[in-house]
Design a protein around this ligand. Structure first.
Ligand code: CMX
Length: 138
């Protein structure tokens, strides 16, 4: 079952510039930052109450996030729902015939994650995340 919105992903040109607004102006605490090479991004999660904001800075010009930035500019990129069982959620979605990007969950910044294809979600890229046990509460 999808529990809540885990995070909203926002593409920025530079994480450091993104921090100036989301961390320093809004005061959202930085939870973690990491490079995710297979996604071609530097990414950061900031806490916003019971949800989070994920900032994404492209580091690979051929990656999906770099293409997004080039085509659409900075802004909202995806919505991620939290689940207790990402594999089961993905299987249930697949069984409904919804087009997927990931056929199996993989490790992401927010936990074990997968993406559905935006073409079946009214133009919105959707992610599911099962947070790591150490991240309980986030
Ligand atoms: N939201 C809505 N639509 C999107 C989109 C987004 N975030 N990103 C791309 N699209 C649309 C494009 O506008 C394009 O639409 P049209 O065909 O109507 O022009 C279509 O999807 C294809 O886009 P593209 O630029 O040709 O790019 P690709 O097909 O190479 O890749 C996508 C698109 C979504 C499959 C790819 O970006 C992807 O796999 N994304 C999921 C992974 C991801 O975003 N990871 C970053 C987050 C890292 C993390 O959280 O761990």
């Amino acid at each position: 079952m999808l529990r809540r919105i885990h995070h909203v992903g926002i593409v920025v040109r530079s994480l450091d510039e993104g921090y100036r607004f989301y961390r320093d102006t809004l005061g959202l605490p930085l939870i973690k930052e990491a490079t995710v090479p297979d996604q071609g991004v530097r990414a950061a999660l900031l806490l916003a109450g019971e949800s989070e904001i994920e900032l994404l800075e492209p580091i690979d010009p051929q990656g999906g996030v770099a293409k997004f930035l080039e085509k659409r500019g900075e802004g909202l990129h995806h919505v991620c729902f939290a689940t207790d069982d990402v594999a089961a959620e993905l299987e249930a979605t697949k069984a409904k015939g919804i087009p997927l990007i990931d056929q199996a969950p993989r490790k992401g910044l927010a936990g074990m994650i997968c993406f559905l294809h935006p073409k079946a979600q009214h133009g919105v890229l959707i992610e599911y995340a099962e947070p790591f046990p150490d991240d309980a509460g986030h």
